[in-house]
Write a protein that binds this ligand. Structure first.
Ligand code: FUC
Length: 791
């Protein structure tokens, strides 16, 4: 027998104590066949080799505790995350004299002195980026399971079953079949790894924990390994991870960092982790969770996880294309798809459902919302700190939440935003001498709202307002009046109050404009030939504010609140500087016709009103639809859409424009150019927004409900000639199930959750009808009712 030379061999060196474990209180059952996942290969990612790099590993998660499964044979590696593992430097402060400079910078901008204004803003308004103030999300650490290198390995398979939320590794080594199962349970708040083998007493592995930086204190107890560290060189949270090892037979031998298991029939590892981020003693939290697993068998744990997961996942089905390509490993399938996507349309449902899988796995009630990498993040210094960018990225993460029937997964977004808004009040008061709240382009789990760094990113006070659009949307989808009254309206009102104090009249036009502000991350050429990024009355700001006021006014009226103030808001709205269309027919990103420094820029902020906003549509504002289309074409002609999230946004834009062929071209490009072999969105290494934006884009091609009419199959390409879906949700609380053949609906069921009137549009035809809560309505492709007719 050979030992893998590359792998650390702790078991021999640090043998100290031999314990034959007697499991006193855990009821341990060998999983029966019924506990094995039902094979649903069409909704599975699978590979015939282990991951060689992190972006090939497979993610599991329960909203707050996640793992990336590498599937190594002799060296299994599970990289782990706990959502609150964050460093914490000094909090950013508003510069004491910043407010005066806001006034000065405005005067310069109104006077056309853009470069001077920007220099002044960077010197006096934006707080400098201090290394100690840059907080970052980090890995929790790594679990290693090492064994001897076998002489022969056959039938290797590493897979993630989206139908169950369980990852598996299977192979036969030296005539013994090994199976490993991995899942992270939301109901039991534990990550579970089960090792099984076809022959008794044949599992021999070393198990240990580690963390980059080697600062973690690692100790062992009778049957557990504990890892403790105050992260970020002691500036961050105190974290504890406990890996508990359970065997029904075999020997468990202590090593320095962990255990050596020999002669076991099977091994069960429970991982629990906690920090003091929300208070409490992290070790006690972990112990309590383990204590709660007393008397629970592996089968029960497994079944509880699968039931809980399926309760969310099974709500939506999507069928496009039939293929046997899922018999190919997913990395090979992806490569083939890049050549001939039309041969494997069934990859679209897999990609779509993977987005839903990821949302379920990284955003559950009580958790933090999905950050730039969702939950999964390797190392101590991830790109952009794996934080929350709120100039599109956090919002995009939640675009699929309602339409793909995962409303519970949306809740962490609101909890987070509510806390952010509390902090944003202080920034509004000190920086802008305004009431209400404000947040700029980034934030993190300590909720900074101060503008930081360079003006091109940092000086953009619309982040908070954009977040509030999702509150209103949540109400439209769910009809939750309590939410509207107690959370949505208060948030929207405070965001609006900020702008009532912040907006200024443009002395040249007399209309109200926002600023000083950037058009997220874009740069223009000033008339004097300089590059600059801040101006007054940029299109995106004006669009967000217009929409915010529209929604606040609508909510205030529904709730019959603040009548006088709502009237004032209505008058202010009438005096907002409108978004303009330039002489070239495009939407003007800035209020002057500047030359763009990067005409193919990845952000297409001025098209906010098209998506996710609802300001532009073909029936009421066709001129803006045409102008948006032109703007988009121009961006693309100049190299736009190169990052995954940007490409995903473009799919949604084309879906809203009703252009299914273009939406499909960009969906193909997203999968072709920006998708890694584990189907993560590639933004080196990975950014999850592209996945979520892509999933939302597919939904937007199938149904749309941003106006008073639900549009059915508004943007499907000719190639998707037949298909079906069920469980997609439209605003107003309608669940839609339908199938189509040769591009024409064969049958459609509308289930009314709330009893709202329903208005449908399909192929230029329209039908309106009243509904009763809980009732189903069946229609054909001519929008005629099938039996039973509506009451
Ligand atoms: C925005 C984008 C970048 C990246 C970063 C996290 O700044 O412009 O592409 O996605 O967020």
């Amino acid at each position: 027998m050979k030992k893998n030379k590359k792998e650390p061999n702790n078991s021999c060196m640090f043998k100290s104590l031999k314990i034959v474990t007697t499991l006193l209180f855990f009821v341990f059952l060998i999983p029966s066949l019924s506990a094995q996942p039902e094979e649903r290969p069409a909704l599975e990612l699978w590979y015939n080799r282990p991951a060689s790099v992190w972006t090939e590993a497979l993610p599991v998660g329960n909203g707050s505790l996640g793992g990336m499964v590498f599937g190594g044979i002799a060296a299994e590696h599970l990289q782990m995350n706990e959502e609150t593992v964050w460093t914490h430097g000094d909090d950013y402060q508003v510069r004491p004299d910043a407010y005066q400079y806001v006034q000065k910078v405005r005067a310069l901008l109104f006077n056309g002195q853009y470069a001077e204004a920007q220099a002044l803003a960077e010197a006096h308004i934006l707080s400098p980026r201090m290394p100690s103030g840059t907080n970052t999300y980090q890995t929790l650490g790594d679990l290693s399971i090492l064994s001897e290198i076998p002489d022969t390995v056959t039938g290797y398979r590493r897979s993630l079953n989206l139908q169950t939320g369980v990852a598996h590794v299977n192979y036969t080594a030296d005539n013994i079949s090994y199976n490993r199962t991995y899942f992270s349970s939301y109901p039991d708040q534990v990550m579970v790894i089960h090792l099984g083998a076809s022959r008794p007493e044949s599992i021999n592995v070393d198990i240990f924990l580690s963390r980059p930086g080697n600062r973690a204190e690692i100790t062992t107890g009778v049957d557990y390994i504990k890892m403790h560290e105050v992260v970020g060189d002691s500036s961050g949270v105190e974290m504890v991870t406990i890996a508990k090892i359970l065997l029904p037979g075999g020997d468990l031998i202590h090593t320095k960092k962990g255990f050596s298991v020999s002669g076991a029939d099977e091994v069960l590892i429970f991982i629990t982790a906690a920090t003091d981020y929300r208070g409490g003693n992290p070790e006690l939290i972990c112990q309590n969770r383990l204590e709660n697993l007393r008397n629970i068998s592996y089968n029960q744990l497994y079944n509880r996880h699968v039931t809980d997961y399926r309760n969310l996942f099974d709500r939506v089905k999507l069928g496009i294309g039939k293929t046997d390509k899922h018999n190919n490993p997913t990395d090979i399938r992806l490569r083939e798809w890049q050549q001939h996507p039309e041969d494997d349309l069934a990859l679209i449902p897999l990609y779509f459902q993977y987005g839903r899988y990821l949302l379920i796995s990284c955003s559950r009630p009580g958790s933090l919302p999905a950050n730039l990498q969702g939950l999964w993040c390797d190392g101590l210094n991830p790109p952009w700190n794996s934080d929350y960018h709120i100039n599109i990225n956090l919002q995009m993460n939640y675009w699929p939440a309602e339409v793909t029937n995962l409303t519970e997964c949306h809740l962490p977004f609101f909890d987070f935003a509510d806390s952010l808004f509390v902090h944003g009040k202080e920034t509004a008061r000190t920086l802008y001498h305004a009431r209400g709240f404000v947040a700029h382009h980034i934030t993190d789990v300590w909720f900074p709202t101060v503008p930081v760094g360079r003006a091109v990113w940092g000086l953009w006070p619309l982040g908070g307002a954009w977040l509030t659009r999702q509150y209103w949307d949540y109400y439209l989808f769910t009809g939750d009046f309590d939410f509207l009254a107690n959370r949505a309206y208060p948030a929207m009102k405070e965001a609006s109050v900020f702008f009532t104090d912040y907006l200024v009249r443009n002395p040249n036009t007399g209309l109200y404009v926002s600023g000083p502000s950037s058009s997220p991350e874009n740069t223009f050429i000033t008339p004097g030939g300089n590059r600059a990024s801040i101006a007054m009355g940029n299109a995106m700001d004006q669009e967000i504010i217009t929409e915010l006021f529209n929604q606040t006014i609508a909510a205030g009226r529904l709730l019959k609140r603040d009548r006088k103030w709502i009237k004032k808001l209505q008058s202010l709205k009438a005096e907002l500087a409108p978004v303009k269309i330039g002489s070239d027919g495009r939407i003007m990103e800035w209020s002057s016709p500047f030359k763009e420094a990067e005409p193919g820029h990845r952000h297409m902020s001025h098209l906010y009103g098209l998506y996710p906003g609802d300001l532009f549509n073909w029936s009421q504002t066709p001129e803006f639809m045409r102008a948006a289309e032109k703007s988009l074409e121009y961006r693309l002609k100049n190299g736009g859409g190169h990052t995954g999230w940007s490409r995903a946004w473009i799919i949604n834009f084309y879906a809203r424009l009703g252009n299914g062929e273009a939406a499909w071209q960009h969906l193909k490009a997203l999968i072709d150019k920006s998708t890694l072999s584990n189907l993560f969105d590639n933004h080196p290494p990975f950014q999850i927004d592209g996945n979520f934006g892509g999933t939302a884009g597919i939904a937007e091609m199938l149904i749309q409900s941003h106006t008073d009419t639900i549009r059915i199959l508004p943007a499907i390409p000719g190639q998707w000639s037949s298909g079906s879906f069920s469980g997609l949700v439209a605003r107003g609380g309608f669940v839609i199930n339908l199938s189509w053949e040769d591009g024409f609906i064969t049958e459609m069921e509308i289930i009314s959750r709330l009893g709202n009137p329903c208005r449908l549009q399909y192929h230029g035809q329209m039908v309106s009808f009243d509904t009763s809560p809980g009732k189903s309505y069946f229609l054909n492709g001519d929008l005629e009712f099938l039996m039973p007719a509506p009451l």
